[in-house]
Design a protein around this ligand. Structure first.
Ligand code: ATP
Length: 259
């Protein structure tokens, strides 16, 4: 299920404003890749180019290539909706559908994709997805209660269950723990470590310890200069980025000297 992403020469614009420039990288399957860097350098923008969410913003566009196991995601005959099914996303604020039950929240992704499942098939997928998101034991007796009634950490795991229910290849996570307390954060981090056995995971985080704890590889983003687009300054094994980075800007950032 887990697939490799190869990006080459990618630029992304908001209207005339070029937000990121000339990004090339390989994101390996069955691993966690972290994007770190100061605010506004384009980490979230880049993440959204990987599943064609960027172009949803009016005037926003992308140049360059994104390949998922060799398939060009921006080829003329590729449907953005199918890309978003293969490459799921989890956002900063847990965003369960507020009026839907826990069960319906997990089933929602499948229904939106037009999948036709019998009730017992759907029950099985909901259970497997909630188990996969380490939430099943906490909610199995209240599947018909509103998703909005869960704690923040549980809601985020519900959103992860919703994302994995459609069996994506890749999970993109944009600061998934920034609205959570430390205990819920550790639960999500543990979950990410389990999920990487099945999915390619990419996470944007401002939390250096988190990047160091969970990720296999880390990319450091920064602006090319004041008013310039964001770029990848350095990408390497996480242990190397945090112990012996090649670039001074990376070292300054991870040691808290700027950003
Ligand atoms: N919807 C938008 N419309 C116009 N410009 C945008 C939009 N979203 C982001 N930008 C601009 O694109 C640039 C990169 O923003 P982005 O949010 O990707 O950075 P980031 O590194 O993820 O920041 P943060 O760490 O604060 O989330 C910034 O200059 C930002 O102002």
């Amino acid at each position: 299920m887990s697939q490799q992403i190869q990006v080459s020469g990618l630029d992304a614009y908001y209207g005339k404003h070029k937000a990121i420039e000339d990004i090339s990288m390989t994101i390996e399957p069955q691993s966690i890749t972290a994007f770190i860097g100061p605010s506004g350098c384009g980490k979230s923008t880049f993440l959204r180019t990987l599943n064609r969410m960027h172009e949803v913003i009016p005037g926003a566009r992308v140049e360059g290539k994104v390949l998922l196991d060799g398939e060009d995601l921006y080829a003329a005959d590729v449907e953005p909706v199918s890309v978003r099914r293969m490459i799921g996303m989890v956002f900063q604020r847990p965003n369960p559908f507020p009026t839907m039950s826990i069960y319906e929240n997990v089933a929602a992704g499948l229904r939106l994709n037009g999948s036709k499942h019998s009730k017992s098939e759907l029950d099985g997928i909901v259970e497997t997805s909630l188990k996969g998101a380490n939430l099943w034991n906490e909610v199995k007796d209240r599947l018909n209660k509103p998703g909005a009634g869960l704690s923040g950490g549980q809601q985020q795991r519900l959103c992860i269950a919703r994302a994995i229910a459609v069996q994506p290849e890749v999970l993109l996570m944009d600061e998934p723990c920034s609205a959570l307390d430390p205990i819920s954060t550790l639960a999500i981090e543990d979950l990410m470590m389990e999920l990487k056995n099945k999915f390619t995971i990419v996470i944007v985080t401002h939390n250096m310890q988190q990047a160091a704890r969970v990720s296999d590889r880390t990319a450091f983003f920064n602006l090319a200069g004041q008013g310039q687009p964001g770029r990848v300054i350095e990408m390497d094994e996480t242990t190397r980025i945090f112990t012996n980075p090649a670039q001074k800007a990376t070292e300054d950032y991870i040691t808290g000297r700027f950003g």
